[in-house]
Design a protein around this ligand. Structure first.
Ligand code: FAD
Length: 579
């Protein structure tokens, strides 16, 4: 028996484990289905991140364990989505980290909080002003630690120091390797300043505009929740971490105050292995992520009664909201053929050049591999007179929040199409930031070792399709700036389409996910008829369980989701500990 059992040593789980352990008053068990992050080179070298998961932008297999593009990896749950009705019935990988650090150990390290309006909206939706930006900002101070970039360049004007912290636990930095296209990007923000204004900092609560990327990288190496939070407490006697321990369900431990309590969990190391039960004196904290937590709830008899009985599971708490309301950012990579050899494509195609870059990283933690995938990103709104607003109310979190995002990469990035054997490329990736489509996470069966049915239901609404189409038109205006005229040769493939129908067909054929699912165990007001957890993250209708991970965000914020998850977890820890 432990005071607390944390299910999942992922992004949020390790924050909870560390903050509860550092009080010294609690003993904590962390159960993680995956393996250790120790010694996993691709989880340390920033540009090797895509090789950890099945959808890779074609980084050569020399860089890590022999691993061909698209194949399963030992660090991922290797899930795929169900055929997507609005994407030509396609299916594709939906990565989730399965190791210490969870997705923070395999993600692409973009690190920023989203719009202040996302947090204010969360406070409005839940009726808890503690989620408002005014309050949540303070957790930035505990969480992040801005450090110099890997190349040590002067970052003046590339971010606003007063919006950030140098006192927190997680090292983060501005880009650590400059690309030849960086000056063209900045020149475009000057030339087309009305549509693509420069932002001095998209990472401190004001997202609109295009600026320098901030990443969870310190000293040229990935910062994950395992290398930071978990490492800070791993040697304490009051923390036990069990690897290869997959939780198969919550254990029903009777009734308290008329409500079913679940102060235990069952786990096993594999489908044929024996199961073990462990119990918590205080609470079980589910931090298994948007898919894992919703799957465990349903396996435990907490979910939609009709769906559960169709899988021969006895319902203990009938809550139809479990596994519903999933939202995610649709990803659309757009490639242009460019002149010269200044893109990273040559390096990524050539094992000898890649080996030399890896040697440089090993020796000094510098060079192209010490850097993340984009050096610039920006957030934009549809024009307010867009025709779609005649039929769809603006779904953005507020007037300073965005509808779509642009990420600039100096090489071929495209999970849907392999890198051509020749040529240099520019990639402008678009992400749909305020989607109105909602998806589901359902059980395929009552077997905990069978992958759940993941249906993000991408591009199911007119608004989502309209925004993707107009964002493609916008990035073509971006590349039409004089800054690119002597560089870009032309768009690749169907990106050349001009008509609504042509662009829509292109979008349907290429789009996939940027891996930001949330909402499957949404927060809602205490007495709401919908939702899965209350504003203090207690599982509704039960006793002894909280959920702390991406699943509790009721809508996907204007951010790559790790930093919003870290802030939620920091506040959750302070709620639990009462500080
Ligand atoms: P996770 O960090 O996924 O943690 C869940 C943990 O629970 C995992 O360790 C998992 O193995 C474990 N687990 C699950 N089920 C069980 C079970 N039954 N028993 C025991 N353990 C279990 N965000 C960004 O901000 N920037 C990016 O650049 C970015 N890029 C991404 C790229 C990829 C490939 C992926 C996959 C994600 C990316 N994200 C990015 C998203 C971001 O990483 C996630 O939103 C965030 O890390 C989710 O945190 P979490 O705590 O909810 O879940």
């Amino acid at each position: 028996t432990y005071d607390y059992i944390v299910v999942g040593a992922g992004t949020a789980g390790n924050v909870i484990a560390a903050r509860l352990a550092e009080s010294g008053h609690n003993d904590i068990l962390v159960l993680e289905a995956g393996v250790s992050n120790e010694g996993v080179l691709a989880s340390q070298v920033p540009l090797m991140a895509p090789t950890l998961t099945p959808s890779t932008p074609n980084i050569p297999s020399i860089c890590c364990d022999a691993h061909a593009s698209g194949s399963d990896t030992p660090y991922d749950w290797n899930y795929t989505v169900v055929p997507q009705t609005h994407l030509n019935g396609r299916t594709f990988p939906f990565s989730r980290g399965r190791m210490l650090g969870g997705s923070s150990s395999v993600n692409y390290m973009v690190h920023h909080y989203g719009s202040s309006e996302d947090y204010d909206r969360l406070a409005r939706i839940t009726g808890d002003s503690g989620w408002a930006w005014k309050n949540m900002r303070r957790y930035i101070d505990r969480h992040e630690k801005i450090v110099p970039p890997a190349d040590g360049h002067d970052t003046t004007g590339q971010y606003i120091p007063s919006l950030h912290s140098t006192r927190g636990i997680l090292p983060k930095s501005l880009p650590g390797f400059s690309h030849a296209i960086d000056s063209r990007v900045i020149a475009t923000t000057q030339e087309l300043s009305a549509e693509f204004p420069f932002s001095p900092d998209t990472g401190g609560g004001n997202v609109l505009g295009l600026g320098w990327a901030q990443s969870s990288i310190g000293g040229g190496t990935r910062s994950s929740s395992a290398t930071t939070y978990l490492n800070s407490v791993i040697n304490r006697r009051n923390v036990d971490v069990l690897l290869n321990a997959q939780v198969t369900k919550l254990v029903h431990t009777g009734k308290i105050g008329g409500k079913p309590s679940f102060r235990g969990v069952q786990f096993a190391s594999g489908p044929q292995a024996p199961t073990t039960n462990v119990f918590a004196r205080k609470e079980v904290i589910l931090s298994a992520g948007s898919f894992g937590s919703a799957q465990i709830l349903q396996l435990s008899g907490i979910g939609d009664r009709t769906e559960l009985s169709s899988k021969s599971i006895t319902t203990i708490v009938n809550n139809p909201s479990v596994g519903k309301n999933m939202s995610d950012h649709v990803l659309l990579p757009n490639n242009w053929l460019v002149r010269g050899t200044e893109s990273l494509d040559t390096l990524l195609r050539d094992p000898v050049a890649f080996g030399a870059a890896l040697d440089q990283w090993q020796a000094s933690k510098t060079g192209p591999l010490a850097n993340g995938i984009p050096n610039h990103l920006g957030f934009f709104r549809l024009p307010s007179n867009s025709s779609i607003f005649a039929t769809t109310p603006d779904p953005a979190s507020g007037p300073k929040a965005s509808h779509w995002e642009l990420l600039v990469s100096n090489f071929w990035v495209n999970p849907s199409l392999p890198r051509p054997d020749t040529g240099s490329y520019l990639t402008l990736t678009v992400a749909l930031i305020s989607p109105t489509s909602r998806g589901t996470l359902k059980l395929a069966s009552n077997n905990p070792f069978q992958a759940p049915l993941i249906d993000p239901n991408f591009l199911a609404t007119d608004f989502d399709r309209y925004t993707m189409r107009e964002s493609v038109r916008a990035i073509k205006r971006f590349t039409g700036a004089n800054a690119w005229s002597d560089y870009i040769i032309g768009p690749v493939g169907d990106l050349a389409a001009q008509t609504d129908e042509g662009i829509d067909a292109y979008v349907r054929s290429i789009s996939s996910t940027i891996f930001h699912p949330v909402g499957t165990a949404s927060m809602s007001p205490r007495n709401a008829a919908w939702g899965v957890v209350d504003p203090e993250l207690r599982l509704k209708g039960t006793e002894g369980v909280r959920i702390v991970d991406a699943s509790v965000w009721p809508f996907v914020p204007n951010a790559h989701t790790q930093a919003p998850v870290y802030l939620v977890a920091e506040r959750a820890a302070s709620i639990i500990r009462g500080y």
